[in-house]
Design a binder for this molecule. Structure first.
Ligand SMILES: Cc1cc2nc3c(=O)[nH]c(=O)nc-3n(C[C@H](O)[C@H](O)[C@H](O)COP(=O)(O)O)c2cc1C
Length: 186
């Protein structure tokens, strides 16, 4: 599977980094864009090094590189995941404001009906952000907030990260064992 991954400047850049690890481990072709905002957030969070995940990706592009292959809908991808997705990038995608490679590649997904998953992270949420999520959902995107879950009994932050990454892989129909699927009440 050829997957574009955009990592933007919302809290939890480690989610995007873990996603790239899992996709690469499973043999998928990752086309990665890390925004300047994501680099800034990573400086404040205990996240992995971008150098490590950049090595795992098939191609890495600068967010300003609007001439990159994924900037064109003639370059077929199977899906794109923006994880985490800042409210700024959410707004850009929902409103067709394609001023960088992440919002442009996402726009291509909406144009071509390719799978687009966004993992919006902010709390609490403003009305404009909620409206942007509604718009994006109506346009065909999948909105997957990195919500906490308790039914799978997480013991560590890694368990919580794995749960969110597992949920993303579910939307891409990729098998994984990152969290235990609900099998009904035992
Ligand atoms: C430490 C830090 C944490 C941030 N967390 C969030 C967040 O959780 N959600 C969000 O929408 N913006 C957050 N921001 C603000 C965004 O990084 C900012 O709006 C930026 O312009 C987003 O740009 P990008 O989408 O191109 O990466 C954070 C900024 C910093 C410095």
């Amino acid at each position: 599977m050829r997957v574009a991954v955009g990592i933007t400047g919302a809290s939890g850049v480690v989610l995007g980094q873990r996603l790239v690890e899992e996709l690469s481990k499973a043999g998928h072709e990752v086309h990665l864009v890390v925004s300047k905002g994501a680099v800034e957030v990573a400086r404040h969070e205990e996240s992995l090094s971008f150098a490590k995940v950049k090595k795992l990706a098939k191609r890495v592009y600068d967010e300003g590189d609007l001439a990159a292959p994924i900037s064109s809908s003639s370059f077929k991808i199977d899906a794109m995941v923006v994880c985490p997705c800042s409210m700024k990038t959410l707004s850009a995608i929902a409103n067709g404001y394609a001023d960088n490679l992440i919002s442009r590649a996402a726009e291509n997904c909406l144009k071509m009906n390719w799978k687009l998953v966004v993992v919006p992270r902010d709390t609490p949420l403003s009305l404009p952000s909620l409206e942007n999520m509604r718009k994006l959902k109506a346009a065909g995107g999948i909105i997957l907030p990195p919500n906490l879950s308790f039914y799978n009994k997480p013991e560590t932050i890694d368990d919580t990260i794995d749960f969110v990454v597992g949920k993303i892989l579910d939307t891409l129909d990729i098998q994984h064992d990152l969290y235990k699927k609900w099998g009904g009440k035992q």
